[in-house]
Ligand binder design. Structure first.
Ligand SMILES: Cc1ncc(COP(=O)(O)O)c(C=O)c1O
Length: 406
């Protein structure tokens, strides 16, 4: 990869920064459509691809995917509502999460979504009591190690996600008539490159499918890896290819829930260099973007590829790129060779469409950045920049103490 980039989605990065300001998330809709389409014909018996909203829930990205027939995997009531508001039909929404509130279960049941993915017995009991006849699937923890970063492995034996394998027969027996238990769901983690992990999970749960009175579907989750060091993720097709002969003859429909692999590469974070500063042997380029805008480097130690938007023919220098947040972890990259930087220059963090804006926060009372979509040379704001100080508005001007003790 070159260390310079001047356009994205056929739009000038300088013009984007000048018009919308920085830090700025920019998404290329053509790339988004292309990456989603890899999953659309994955299996002859594919029911739908439930794009995992947690990766990036922006409504305009969802609308783009909805136009291609996407469903949604939601993890909260907010995500269910967001999917609906983007035009994803309720019949293509699944809802999984280890600690759903009664209000969230009520919402999902009332909307008659495709299925609520039950992760513990009390949840099944609540639905049987309040929403008998609801369509559910059982999220099963296959107790395997997908071989990824421990912070993103969710199917380990001790994970809090899903039901233990041995609980499934009892749940089917107890709730099989009160609820429509139509399918099984597994999601074993993120950043998986090895088909073996999916095949192992399949081996673990297939015997359980036979226990369902009227099995309709198997949801194999997301987790398809993205290589943050280069452009290509050949294992996506390899995994689908390895699964195809195993799932197509099963006689049930298949769901997939990719998040990262759909949206990561379509997004960049554009930031401006505020200052250069040398401390000992280290030269920092201090940016207007920080870990509050993109937390993945601080949280997982991930290094996103960096490009600069500066003029050609600058000599290479070594920089550590860091943000304004008062945490030592607010560092995006150490000792990187880049064309010489000057204050005001723009830098680009690649492949930040997934778990970028969706994990942004207001720590240090920083306003979250704007989001812009580009499509074949045109650009549109899809989320405004938060106003500085805007998040103070919810705090009351006067204290009203409530007498709670009897
Ligand atoms: C239940 C479920 N499905 C799908 C996903 C999406 O995973 P990924 O973005 O790695 O594809 C997640 C991510 O945590 C998840 O928890």
């Amino acid at each position: 990869m070159q260390n310079r980039l001047t356009t994205f989605g056929e739009v000038s990065l300088e013009a984007l920064a000048a018009h919308f300001g920085t830090p700025l998330y920019v998404y290329d809709l053509a790339r988004l459509r292309r990456d989603f389409s890899r999953f659309q014909n994955a299996f002859a018996n594919l029911e739908f691809v439930a794009y995992s909203l947690k990766a990036n829930p922006n409504r305009w990205l969802l609308k783009t995917l909805a136009d291609l027939g996407a469903g949604a995997d939601a993890v909260s009531g907010g995500e269910v509502l967001q999917a609906l508001s983007a035009g994803i039909p309720a019949q293509r929404i699944v809802f999984a999460g280890p600690a759903k509130t009664p209000q969230e279960l009520d919402l999902a049941a009332r909307q008659q979504i495709f299925a609520i993915h039950v992760e513990n017995e009390a949840e099944a009991q609540y639905l049987a009591d309040h929403w008998p006849g609801t369509r559910v699937g059982l999220r099963v923890n296959p107790a395997i190690d997908p071989g990824t970063h421990p912070k993103i492995a969710t199917g380990l034996p001790e994970s809090r996600f899903g039901l233990p394998l041995e609980a499934v027969p009892r749940l089917v027996k107890t709730y099989g008539s009160a609820l429509q238990i139509r399918g099984l769901h597994v999601h074993i983690g993120s950043q998986i490159r090895n088909p073996r992990a999916y095949l192992d999970a399949l081996d673990r749960i297939l015997p359980l499918l036979k226990l369902l009175p009227d099995p309709e579907y198997l949801d194999l989750g997301g987790g398809f890896g993205v290589d943050y060091e280069q452009d290509d993720d050949p294992w996506v097709e390899e995994i689908l290819q390895a699964l195809r002969p195993r799932v197509e003859p099963l006689g049930v429909r298949i769901l997939l829930e990719p998040g990262r692999s759909v949206v990561a590469r379509s997004g960049i974070l554009l930031a401006r260099v505020l200052y250069l500063k040398t401390m000992g042997t280290r030269t920092y380029a201090l940016l207007d973007a920080g870990m509050t805008d993109l937390v993945r480097p601080a949280l997982y130690g991930v290094r996103h590829r960096v490009q600069v938007v500066a003029a050609e023919d600058r000599p290479l220098r070594t920089y550590t790129l860091a943000g304004p947040v008062c945490e030592n972890t607010d560092v995006f990259a150490e000792d990187l060779r880049l064309p010489e930087l000057q204050p005001g220059d723009l830098v680009v963090f690649r492949d930040t469409g997934a778990y970028g804006f969706s994990m942004a926060c207001n720590y240090n009372l920083r306003a979250r950045p704007a989001e812009v979509a580009v499509d074949q040379g045109r650009a549109a704001r899809i989320r405004p920049r938060e106003p500085v100080g805007g998040f103070l508005m919810g705090e009351p001007a006067e204290l009203e103490f409530v007498p709670l003790n009897p």
